[in-house]
Write a protein that binds this ligand. Sequence first.
Ligand code: ADP
Length: 426
Amino acid sequence: MTFSRQETLLTTGLVFLALIIGWVTGAFGWSFFAGTLIWSAAQLRERTRLIRWSSHPLKRPESENEPWQETAYRLYRAIARARARHARTLRQFRNLRALTDSLPDAAVIIDSHGDIENLNNAAQQLLRLSATDRGNHLGSLVRETEFNALLKGQIEGDLIEFASPFNADKRLEARRIIMDEDQVLILVRDVTELNRLLSMRQDFIANVSHELRTPLTVIVGYIETLMNEELDEKTTHELVGKLLSPTTRMRALVDDLLLLTRLEASPSPSAEELASVDMGVILNAIAADARMLSGGRHDIQLDISSRAHVLGIDSELHSACLNLVTNAVRYSPDGGPIRISWTAIPSGARFAVEDRGMGIPREHLSRITERFYRVDLAQSRVRGGTGLGLAIVKHVLKRHNTHLQVKSELARGSTFFCDFPESQLA
Ligand code: ADP
């Protein structure tokens, strides 16, 4: 037992006082008895104050210097430190909770029996679990054979992909991570979009390879024939001439691919990149090109009744309009009129290309701007299409705050148009 300084002073003072009084009066017994009484009264007073404080231990004791109060003060400081530590832990726990709840992936902690111990918000959405499912077996709530095998640790690599048992259109990926010998973390994420992008990329690579292979096979065929030394000069010349078509086709495809990749990768043009593009000039040049391509089979009409300039990128707008006009010529095999127009409309200005060609069946309309999508593959190839024209148009128009619209009727013709808003005009 240790005495505080005040306690030592008080006790020593009282002993001395009792000794002096005892020596003076000769009544040592009585003076020590009186001293003990005073000392006990002081202790009682301190004890009462300590008891009073102990019913509110979070309040600072009245004094830190009196003997029992010092003990109370030490306790008070220990409690305050423990409270601060607890508050810190609680804050960290809340932060961690908010963090896991804001994750888009489901996180579920299960015990060694597979019963749910904890779960985040995404688990409630992806796996249709709720907070009240704590304590229930995860495998009996998500009834999927492979998922259950994963929970039991029976899957090599601890990773599976499976169709969501709650939404047939969704694909989920689940991962099992051992946290310690009693706890396992199950992470589940929605990979539907990722899968779609991956398969789009695979399709794209397959399409590009196929598109390049066709003209390459033709070129190789001609070259093999040319290697025959017995060919006369006229035939050789003819064969070399035939190489032009497949090589031109390959170049068109590579050019379109490069342009499309650049458009897809570039951010929206900044104000400094935009120029005032005179659509009249562009469309006059395109109409001349279209007349050349048509070889006089079509009646190409040009109607420029708006003087509005577009705030945009000249080369991109030229490429988009040329693609639409070229398609009109390409898919109007029997000739007929093709009308290219740039007209004022209440909301701004409209660019339109109208033909009386093959038209597009209704069921294909929503897909024709997809890369390599063709209504009729053979027709497109014969006419020199790359399958990328409308995809390029779509991207260019998007970068100019507008979008492609189509009206088409099978065997009657099509109208492709887009409306530039006032804000995009100079
Ligand atoms: P392509 O290089 O094959 O023309 P596009 O992306 O330009 O590729 O067009 C996609 C498909 O849309 C074409 O293959 C064609 O089937 C259809 N198409 C486009 N423009 C027209 C049109 N004016 N008339 C009829 N069909 C069209």
